[in-house]
Design a protein around this ligand. Sequence first.
Ligand SMILES: [Zn+2]
Length: 762
Amino acid sequence: SKLKDPRATSASQAQEIAKSTPVISWMNYANDGEESAAFEAAIVAAYHFTAGMDEETLSTLENSIIVINPAHNPDSHQRHVAWMKGMKVGPNGTPDRIAAEHQGDWLMSTSDTHYKLDSNRDGFALSQKESQIVAKEMRHWSPQIWVDYHGEPEEYFFAPYAIPVNPIYPSSIVKWAEVIGRANASAFDEHSWTYTSREIYDLHYPGYWDSYPAFNGAIGMTYETNGGGDKGFQYYRNDGTISTLKNATAHHVVATIATAKAAAENREGLLNDYYNFFKQGMDEVRDEPVKQVAILGGKQPNDALNLVELLLEHEIEVFVTSDEKAADGISYLYGDTERRSLPVGTFIVPMNQPNKRLAKVLLERNVGIQKEFLDEALAAHNYNNSVGANAPKKRVGFYDVTAWSLPLTYGVEAYGLSNPFTGNLSLVTEADLKVSNTTPGDKANYAYLFSYSSNDAASLMSKLMMEGFRVSMATEPFEREGKSYEKGVVVVRVEKNEESLHQRINELALESNVKVEAIDEAWTDKGILMGARTVVSLKKPKVMVLMDEPTDGRSYGAIWFTLEQRYGIEFTAVRVQDFNRADLFEYDVVIMPPGSAAGYKNLIGDRGINRMKEWIRNGGTFIGIQDGATFAIDDDVNLSSSRRLSGVRVDNTPGAIFRVNLDTNHFLSLGYDQHIPVHVNSATILTSSQQGANVAVFDESAILSGFVFEENKNNFPGNSYLIHEPTGSGNVILFAEQPVFRAYWRGLERLLVNSILLAPSF
Ligand SMILES: [Zn+2]
């Protein structure tokens, strides 16, 4: 671990360490837990390295430490195995592709975590327990080699990478991936096995379990074997030959042994470049425009605190200012360079630190894409547009989203500073992230109040509601005892609640890290009084979330995880196929996640759609998200006056970040400032609602981060991200995109919470 700290270890010391230290190779299996050959291979590999007495194995062990993680995602592996045992016919299954055992099940045979989130996209977000644990151990062991074992394609894949390779990596990573790739190739050639490389599996998005370890200094690589998983025990390939679980396992084992051997043989060079990864990262800051990132807390600092907490988990150093000073920096939200006064308590993340590359990829406003890749992608895109709709198309190559800048996904005010902050700074520790005076101290005579401008506050409000406390929302500003309160203050009255409120709100405030105030009278000095009509009583809604086919499992998972783990919002998960059997009138809110709009229409049918309309007219709140929204604006469904943008070509946007303009008079915007960043990851654009409110509308020149096709850029301004269309006494709320994408888009959670908890009462 001395090699990770170039401030304490000189280059010559590092060379000495490299001469005498074993290389550390981390073998990570069953990340996509249902890709079963990886798990099987882990057991064989563990046996090989513990029992092997041959010269080659002993030499590998002499020069390296091999860490075997047999199941990165054990839930998924267990589910799949139980499912496969129940599905397969005969002792070895059947190779026919159409066989039930090869058709992954929405619930039971997926690669996802317990919460149906993709653990192989969670590397930097660390939202899932599995990710947190593996990341912690990774930092403890500090591996130079990291292999993530999978099993999806027809033929075996190993490094080197497909383009794009994230430009923040040093060139040594590609060099070493080539060396290891050659070693694997030789081992495979000995068996006359087929393999491929340099395609599909790129290294741009930092949340995979090859790219994330690689931002921690390892040579991170993905290996994909050709069998097991949905291919079961045996499976017909395209050419009619059969791939088997056994062979797929053998391929992973041979790759493991070859990789460990090559790492051991290149021990010294790998260790030297490991040191250089951190050292050169720091040296490069001199020539880079952004020296520090400033993160501001705003009205309620909790969202910023949560972001800083994640950075500390990544072992990124963060400082806090103790005097106010102005600084020049580029605004994350507006893209212009401003001179901005940074108040006391501003967080400063210096780029000049050992973990600079990781800090940079997570915090940089816009990480560029390798030009060689963009040229290829644009050529394919232009070719596809030049041929007819049914002509064969080229793969455009975007494998994932192109933007994830954490200050934007957390929706916090941030600046990239061109010169280091000149005032006093102190290092932030975990203990500094607790809000002081969270508990009211005194027992309130009249009510407890807290501001609603953070996720933690929304979580506190939600938990109070779910426990049956009566909660209200002040929707207009007021002043009392010389202090002014903006609209969006949560009011929990003593008079309307049980005696247990006093104790419980103290406990929950501590848990949520939110400052709560106790007040003794309903009187205010200015603005509304506590008894005003505009202090809206909220009722605890009964919520249904649709799931199973044709819902997108991971989108449902992000909603599930967010509601259950972050807000404690109770809901009933209902399979779409059972929707028409549910007593809709028992529910206040129905959430339709992303999935297939046509699939929803087929399964729910005219009868179900008509019943849904009647339910909305009578007070139901329908929340359609992405495809749930396109379902609602379909001509035949017609829950809203918005439509899909048509008449122009709309291209798919591979996960870019845009700025929207909020209608701050609307209750769905409570807790937000006027401009916020949102994520766009689809080919759907919603036109303005004619009958309702367009709560969030795309700004002019609104692209903040990531890649958007040139022709598509003009399609956004003026169109809607979020629509509220009151219908009868109910509501239709439409999100053009998934607000809680992969559970790492933290900044938009309150839009969803407001839709669920506020809409039924407003
Ligand atoms: Zn996989």
